[in-house]
Design a protein around this ligand. Structure first.
Ligand code: FAD
Length: 640
């Protein structure tokens, strides 16, 4: 299934005390003189919060940025969908928050599978992100007195989540986008919208460019640079149904993986507890109801199994507020992995509500009575409207029905402290890298990480690479460049020549179901083995029988999807291998064989306290990065 490779280590973290590491790294990083920055071209793939902030900042520094997204505008990147908020250790509430506490919560929340140095830096720069966004005019919610308002998210006992109603991602993205637009207008960023990266160009072992396809005309083009930054988001859509935008995909990171970038912890996927349940077989997308709703909403199921009474007819003493009962300290705000498993356990035991018993209630009656409807409208109005439009039920009158769904991927390309992958010159930021969230991401931490990477971390470490690396000139005619472009063309021709009978979606749907059933909320050796037998068969069928109408020289969305699904079919296998090899439960990775008598995840720190960094090959090669916990000592996570 896989072979063992040599251990891997992060060599970029300075060997000084934790609090001094980021300052030390910035100080020792080589600088590039402003006049010389203009001479460097940097490719940034992605315009979400990570890519948008990086592109704007690098261009502001003076680099020539060439930036790509597959949407028609940077503003449509999937980050626009983020609802609930962004964490920062500002301690405006004076409730005991600090950078150290944010660091501690994140390492613990990630079930002790993240790198301390990276997480501490994230906590350190979190406050700067809010300052930057406020300076850009991002309309965060404010208290009556004008101070920025905050709310709680899961897994923490302070209120450190800044928000803009239920549209935090959109507002932050507008901020990053206007900074990027300024640089586009100034000629420092060359933007290629509706253009998809299909391969990475590696010359003499260094990332030197990409091959991309214009999604409108089908034209294949090559773009060369001194460094490449991938900010291409997560791969949750390998499960077909997820809360991610339909277009989110793994192609950029998967192709980079095949060119030498190690893939870390692919099996660490996050299942979000509060999504609108599936409505039927033909659904192609799931909708998130933000975690912020758990600030005021109370989760419950009837105490009687298969109770079909309308929720308002079920008296208080016949309801089980199971999170408040099982986890009194954190109540409804336990971390996502724990809340998701608890909902599944309730439904599996026959207490679920709604069609098929696959739902639990999220009830606002108490909050509306306590705070009044206008206060709830002000906090969550757009989420309530969205829920009502999708379900035709009014959540001000009846509780929402929610069920867990695939939401986020903690795994991604392996990066060191500098956010550099194992291919020199290839940097990976935002959800596309594996960095900070271990085996479970805490709510409101993805926006923080994407913006920390883009606004603050990458701009410092990229300087060091460009200032300290000998870069030969690379031409479009060079053998490696031509070869990569030819391979991209051949693959497209091959896909179009199959002319089979099955639609791309039918393959994607089958893959997703397989992954959800055997590698979703709980995983077993038997199920993973079964999926590992089926995925290669499905992949072979895809390459024999997929039907892609039309040609490559036009807008062809079936071809776009086929390219992406072909990559999902490969990534899925690595994800399953990773899940099978990790004989422990941690965070979102729940192996039924490894649980406590209470049904909680049982980690195996003696044998699995490492990042699994996979090298591509005929058979995947496993490189382990041992994790050291000098500050937050691994314990059995407790939220009771
Ligand atoms: C519904 C929902 C709500 C969420 N709410 C929150 C929240 O409240 N707080 C929080 O912290 N997190 C939240 N998250 C998570 C968070 O939104 C994401 O993790 C984050 O926005 C990812 O940002 P990114 O910049 O890394 O990637 P994305 O925003 O996904 O951007 C990816 C970019 O890469 C481009 N791209 C990808 N592949 C290619 C390619 N091959 N070629 C060219 N371009 C490419 C895309 O066009 C896009 O511009 C939420 C997620 C979802 C699904």
């Amino acid at each position: 299934m896989y072979v063992e490779g040599s251990p891997i280590a992060d060599r970029a973290t300075p060997d000084v005390p934790l609090e001094k590491r980021w300052d030390e790294r910035k100080f020792t990083a080589k600088l590039v003189n402003p006049a010389n920055r203009r001479k460097h071209r940097v490719i940034v793939v992605g315009t979400g919060l990570a890519g948008g902030s990086a592109g704007a900042t690098l261009a502001e520094q003076g680099y020539h940025v060439v930036q790509f997204c597959f949407q028609d505008s940077p503003r449509r990147a999937h980050s626009v969908a983020a609802q609930g908020g962004i964490n920062a250790a500002k301690n405006y509430r004076n409730d005991g928050d600090s950078a150290y506490r944010l660091f501690y919560d994140t390492v613990k929340g990630g079930d002790f599978r993240s790198r301390e140095s990276n997480v501490y830096r994230l906590a350190q720069v979190s406050g700067q992100i809010i300052d930057q966004a406020v300076a850009q005019g991002v309309p965060f919610a404010r208290e009556y007195g004008g101070l920025l308002d905050t709310r709680s998210f899961g897994g923490v006992q302070v209120q450190r989540t800044f928000y803009a109603r239920g549209q935090t991602g959109q507002q932050l993205l507008i901020g990053a986008y206007q900074a990027l637009s300024r640089q586009i207008d100034a000629g420092n960023v060359e933007l290629h919208a509706r253009t998809e990266m299909l391969d990475l160009i590696v010359v003499d072992g260094k990332a030197r460019g990409i091959v991309a396809r214009d999604l409108i005309t089908g034209e294949i083009s090559t773009h060369l640079a001194d460094a490449v930054v991938l900010a291409t988001g997560g791969y949750g859509n390998v499960f077909y149904l997820s809360t991610n935008a339909k277009g989110s995909n793994a192609t950029a990171i998967w192709r980079a993986h095949k060119r030498g970038a190690y893939f870390a912890n692919p099996c660490f996927t996050q299942i979000h507890p509060t999504c609108i349940p599936r409505s039927g077989e033909h659904q192609s997308k799931l909708t998130l109801m933000s975690e912020s709703l758990r600030n005021d909403g109370r989760i419950w199921v009837p105490k009687r199994q298969a109770d079909t009474r309308p929720p308002r007819d079920i008296p208080e003493d016949e309801r089980d507020y199971y999170l408040e009962r099982q986890y009194p300290s954190f109540g409804n705000l336990v971390p996502r992995d724990i809340a998701s498993r608890a909902a599944k356990n309730m439904c599996d035991a026959g207490y679920g509500v709604g069609p098929g018993g696959l739902g639990v209630y999220l009830d606002f009656a108490d909050a509306i009575e306590r705070l009044g409807r206008p206060a709830i409208e002000a906090r969550y109005g757009n989420l309530f409207d969205m829920y009502q439009r999708i379900t035709a039920e009014d959540p001000y009158q009846v509780p929402m029905r929610i069920y867990p769904a695939i939401h986020y991927t903690m795994g991604g390309l392996w990066v060191d402290y500098d956010l550099q992958s194992t291919v020199p010159g290839l940097f990976v930021i935002g959800e596309a890298n594996f960095s900070d969230h271990g085996a479970n991401r805490l709510g409101a931490s993805a926006l923080m990480q994407g913006l920390a990477d883009g606004y603050f971390v990458l701009p410092a470490t990229l300087n060091d690479y460009l200032g300290g690396t000998e870069l030969d000139s690379v031409q479009a005619e060079d053998e490696a460049v031509v070869r990569t472009e030819t391979q991209v063309r051949q693959r497209i021709e091959q896909l179009l020549s199959i002319k089979g009978k099955r639609s791309v979606d039918s393959f994607h749907r089958e893959l997703g179901l397989l992954m959800w059933d055997y590698c979703g909320m709980s995983r077993t050796r038997e199920g993973l083995t079964k999926a590992l037998e089926r995925v290669p068969e499905l992949r072979a069928e895809f390459w024999r029988d997929v039907r892609i109408p039309g040609s490559s020289a036009e807008l062809n969305q079936e071809l776009e999807k086929a390219n992406r699904v072909a990559d999902f079919l490969e990534l899925a296998e690595l994800l399953l291998i990773d899940a099978l090899h990790r004989e422990e439960s941690c965070g979102g990775h729940f192996r039924e064989e490894h649980q406590t008598p209470e049904g909680e995840a049982r980690r195996d720190d003696d044998n699995f306290s490492y990042v699994a960094a996979w090298e591509h090959g005929e058979i995947p090669v496993l490189h382990r990065e041992e994790l050291a916990f000098e500050h937050v000592h691994p314990t059995q996570r407790s939220y009771t």
